[in-house]
Design a protein around this ligand. Structure first.
Ligand SMILES: Nc1nc2c(c(=O)[nH]1)N[C@H]1C(S)=C(S)[C@@H](COP(=O)(O)O)O[C@H]1N2
Ligand SMILES: [Mo]
Length: 494
């Protein structure tokens, strides 16, 4: 029987090429945001096993994780530069497409008898694969008329049934919502950074597979193999047509990348909004996830906790800090029945919680600390939000264009939390870190903790809280300072 490929299989192959290439390039974009890989969840500086940056961190000046970010070329990364927010959108979009393609492919594989070609049914495949490998090693092509040779079968089987599930599983493990809800799942991979490292190694494995696959196709006969994957059969040699259709298909994928890259760089706002609408369908359910009991103990607390966001330069803030925040008052207003003004002493007299958690920065690093403070929901009960209030707006003291040497945009840091998230018992307004008053670098006098979300949602240096019906009229209208200027997302469970 000649080797024949049904239409669905050829279509799946093509969509795989499109989506996988999007995911690979945008994956590199995400890596650029923190171009270091670790096996430990503390990400202790210097403990990385892989570093894709030449930047050295100053030994005697304060630095932040934003200073470690790299800009990869748009020839490599999608969309290139320092565009983590858009890179994530392309990555999630590529992943969704790849996942749907993969699911349809596997279902059809088993609904027809095409699986027989892919799934080894006898252990003989191992010696046969060894034999084939020995053949290739001595530069002999190993043909298997009417099917795949054993090495080819093992490689395809491995990519579909081992590498792909591992890639998906390690990708999911990096979602703070999933790891806060199912800490046991994260432990399966020996933590978030090991999952992140393995996820990167999966990217390398896919890259290696693509290179070897293409090389083999060329060696075995480009014209014949193209006819197979483009037209489905080789019985009627139509090499010219197959080549033309194959090249056109390839050109369309390249064109997609060129347009996606350019459009993302010219109109980041539009691309962010359009791709976000699709991603939200998959992300929205994760917003309702609440963390399970804390999974860490004091022994897990990180020796060093990175900083992102320098302390405010605002003279008013500096004056408050100089007096240990004795004159600080937290204002809670907006759409509430009862506006509040609270001192730190007032807050210390309220019901308190402490929790030890894994902090996940959107850039990729993590660290563990114990946080103590007042559950935000207690303050919400006191101020009584009006029915139209839907978000908690958190305004900070730091004007980023004054506090950062290389700000992504102007204006004061702020963020918004959906009311349901703000009301969760483990959402804190923290004034303590590891049993001591909150250090200046980590957000004194008050910072937010929301353990199912990425780090940027946890506003430090909180100046004022307001309940608002909507965030579209605030700043650039995307829900927060990093959303406005770095195209991060108001919903940050992944
Ligand atoms: N006011 C303010 N809050 C902020 C930021 C900031 O720049 N300014 N950065 C955010 C980001 S991106 C992260 S990862 C965490 C970092 O918290 P840490 O500095 O305590 O590690 O704070 C978040 N809160
Ligand atoms: Mo972050």
């Amino acid at each position: 029987m000649a080797l024949e490929f049904p239409l669905w299989l050829r279509a799946a192959h093509y969509f795989n090429l499109l989506f996988l290439s999007v995911s690979l390039r945008s994956g590199l974009q995400i890596l650029a945001a923190h171009p270091k890989l670790y096996w430990n969840d503390h990400c202790t500086p210097g403990s990385e096993w892989l570093r894709l940056t030449r930047k050295r961190l100053p030994a005697h000046a304060p630095w932040t994780s934003r200073d470690e970010e790299e800009a990869f070329s748009p020839w490599v990364a999608l969309p290139g530069g320092r565009s983590l927010g858009l890179g994530r959108h392309w990555h999630f979009l590529g992943d969704l497409g790849w996942l749907l393609t993969g699911i349809s492919y596997v279902v059809l594989l088993f609904a027809t008898d095409a699986w027989r070609r892919l799934v080894p049914t006898s252990w003989h495949v191992l010696p046969a694969a060894w034999h084939a490998a020995a053949g290739y090693a001595t530069l002999h092509l190993v043909e298997a008329p009417g099917g795949y040779n054993a090495l080819q079968q093992l490689a395809y089987f491995g990519v579909v049934f081992l590498l792909s599930p591992l890639t998906i599983a390690t990708g999911l493990a990096m979602s703070p919502a999933i790891s806060a809800r199912f800490p046991g799942y994260l432990r399966l991979f020996h933590g978030r950074q090991a999952a992140r490292s393995v996820h990167f190694l999966c990217l390398c494995a896919f890259g290696l597979f693509v290179v070897v696959h293409v090389a083999m196709v060329v060696l075995h006969g480009l014209a014949r193999d193209l006819a197979l994957i483009v037209l489905g059969e080789t019985d009627h040699p139509q090499g010219g047509l197959a080549l033309a259709v194959g090249l056109l298909g390839l050109a369309l994928v390249v064109a997609f990348h060129v347009v996606a890259t350019r459009y993302s760089r010219r109109r980041p706002d539009l691309v962010h909004r359009r791709t976000g609408a699709v991603i939200d369908l998959a992300r929205r359910p994760l917003m309702a996830v609440t963390p399970s009991r804390p999974a860490y103990t004091r022994a897990d607390v990180s020796p060093y906790f990175r900083v992102n966001g320098r302390p405010p330069r605002d003279p008013g803030y500096q004056a408050l800090a100089a007096r240990g925040f004795a004159d600080y008052t937290l204002e809670i207003g907006g759409r509430v029945e009862r506006p509040l003004r609270l001192s730190l002493a007032d807050l210390r007299g309220m019901p308190r919680e402490t929790q030890i958690s894994l902090h996940c920065c959107i850039q990729g690093w993590s660290a563990i600390a114990e946080w103590g403070g007042v559950p935000l929901r207690h303050l919400l009960e006191l101020c009584r939000p009006l029915p139209e209030a839907r978000f908690v707006l958190l305004e900070a003291f730091d004007d980023k264009s004054a506090s950062e040497p290389d700000p992504a945009g102007p204006g004061r840091y702020y963020g918004t939390l959906e009311l349901a998230l703000a009301r969760h018992p483990r959402t804190l307004l923290a004034d303590e870190m590891n049993g001591a008053p909150l250090p200046l670098a980590h957000g004194a006098p008050l910072r937010v903790r929301v353990e199912t979300q990425l780090g940027f949602t946890m506003v430090k240096y909180v100046r004022r809280i307001a309940l608002v019906p909507d965030y579209r009229g605030i700043g650039q209208g995307r829900g927060g300072w990093r959303e406005d200027w770095q195209f991060y997302d108001q919903q940050a469970p992944i």
